[in-house]
Design a binder for this molecule. Sequence first.
Ligand code: ZN
Length: 108
Amino acid sequence: MNTLTPMILNAKAISMNLDDTENDIVTVSCMCCAATFEGFSESQANDCASEYDPETRELTGYYGSTLIDLETHFVSPKIDMPHAIGNVCDPCIAKMMKNDGLILISAF
Ligand SMILES: [Zn+2]
């Protein structure tokens, strides 16, 4: 190991970075608080598996969300949401619930 030249070490570090972003680890981030979660799919992670649609203000939870799994909620206009489609994490959903910001529309 101590025979590696600095240049080789550098190349190794770069290839390790590529591995992190392209292979095993998928990161799902909350668009409200920017927290990141290690995902089991591109848009689902434990505690961050809900998608928000700005057109309808609907928030739908999927497997991974501990709070609204398989439920669709309307997000009250009093909750300030980004105008974008994206994931929302459970801690942010808990905050919305606490502020009476979610209205259950349907449960699958
Ligand atoms: Zn969040």
